[in-house]
Design a protein around this ligand. Structure first.
Ligand code: F6P
Length: 341
């Protein structure tokens, strides 16, 4: 059996460990021939791939990024579409696909699979917003990096008695902000799922200032200030007038300063939290997911995705993973407030 592997969407730490897990199990143990398409669907469309064997994956687990490259190219265009992908895979002699990606990628995987193209999903994203699995690899590393940033911001914030605002990634789900904020002891944690008013944010900042000297605010990039969506969007336009993600931290810090009189500074962590060496947890999760995907291919369990349930790695139907997001539930958000009142 010839299996094609690809990575699509934003990269994250752990991708290489997942590829290695699938290849060592698939090629060495199950006897597959495996190839890796370069830059996601672009490689499928343009016919660019590399052979994946033991030598290709030797020593790659600790490496960030992906040896296969990635892109946000979608195959579901009028020019390509499901039939175009079917034809390409037939041309390359590929019997099945392992698609490593987040929500967008697994949505495509489901469409292909429903159309009879044998596909297995392998979930990844630093945002941890993919449904059907408890955690995605990449998340733990991003949280570690964001936590270290908080630890560092705290000492400089306390020295100067400033309000430090850290913006982390998380467009639709605030898992990174929630976990890093809790691990780093941030007193204000702002998530895309729960709008807050500027009055409320400033009330929290002022109570921390009076009690703890230097407030630390962690804000996810998708957070919206209640009643101020318009202003925030305007402030978040890039040089070409397009809405820019990643602007909320820089919008919030001056507003806090203006309203509370407390000197405030913003740091946008950006892609630092997506690059570099994966944590041991992410390497283990990614390796296990890779092994599970190869086993599922051998068993003909197409149309499924490798998911973590508690400590168990299980295959779930792709339909369970797509069409909805794993967002932060209210009780997890309220838990943070229980620390600070
Ligand atoms: O999907 C993961 C993510 O990290 C989001 O949190 C973020 O909005 C996005 O990727 C940014 O991706 P890029 O800069 O690669 O387009």
């Amino acid at each position: 059996m010839r299996i094609g592997v690809l990575v699509s969407g934003g990269d994250c730490p752990g991708l290489n460990a997942a590829i290695r897990g699938a290849v060592l199990r698939g090629v060495d143990v199950l006897g597959f021939e495996m190839i890796g398409f370069m830059d996601g669907w672009r490689g499928v469309i343009e016919g660019e791939w590399i052979p994946l064997d033991r030598a290709a994956v030797r020593g790659i687990s600790p490496l960030g990024g992906t040896i296969l490259g990635t892109s946000r190219v979608s195959p579901l265009t009028p020019e390509v579409g499901v039939e175009g992908i079917r034809a390409k895979l037939a041309e390359y002699g590929v019997d099945g696909l392992i698609t490593i990606g987040g929500n967008g990628t697994q949505t495509v995987a489901r469409i292909l699979s429903d159309a009879g193209i044998p596909t297995i999903g392998l979930p990844k994203t630093i945002d941890n917003d993919l449904a059907g699995t408890d955690y995605t690899f990449g998340f733990d590393t991003a949280v570690s990096i964001a936590t270290e940033a908080i630890d560092r911001l705290r000492t400089t914030g306390e020295s100067h008695r400033r309000c430090m605002v850290l913006e982390v990634m998380g467009r639709d789900a605030g898992w990174i902000a929630l976990h890093a904020g809790m691990a780093g002891g941030a007193q204000v944690i702002l998530l895309p799922e729960y709008s807050e008013s500027l009055d409320q944010v400033c009330a929290w900042v002022e109570s921390v200032r009076d009690r703890d000297r230097a407030p630390l605010v962690v804000v996810a990039e998708g957070f919206k200030l209640e009643g101020m969506e318009h202003e925030v969007t305007r402030a978040g336009l890039d040089g070409f007038g397009r809405p820019r993600l990643g602007g909320i931290g820089e919008v919030l810090a001056p507003l806090i300063e203006e309203r509370t009189g407390m000197e405030s500074r913003a740091t946008v962590l950006g892609h630092v939290q997506r690059g570099g060496v994966p944590t041991a947890f992410d390497r283990v999760l990614a390796t296990r997911a890779g092994i599970a995907a190869a086993d599922a291919a051998a068993a003909g369990e197409w149309g499924t995705m490798a998911a973590l349930h508690g400590t168990r790695l299980e295959m779930v139907p792709l339909a369970e993973a797509v069409g909805r997001l794993n967002t932060v539930p209210e009780d997890r958000y309220e838990e943070v407030r229980r620390l600070f009142g």
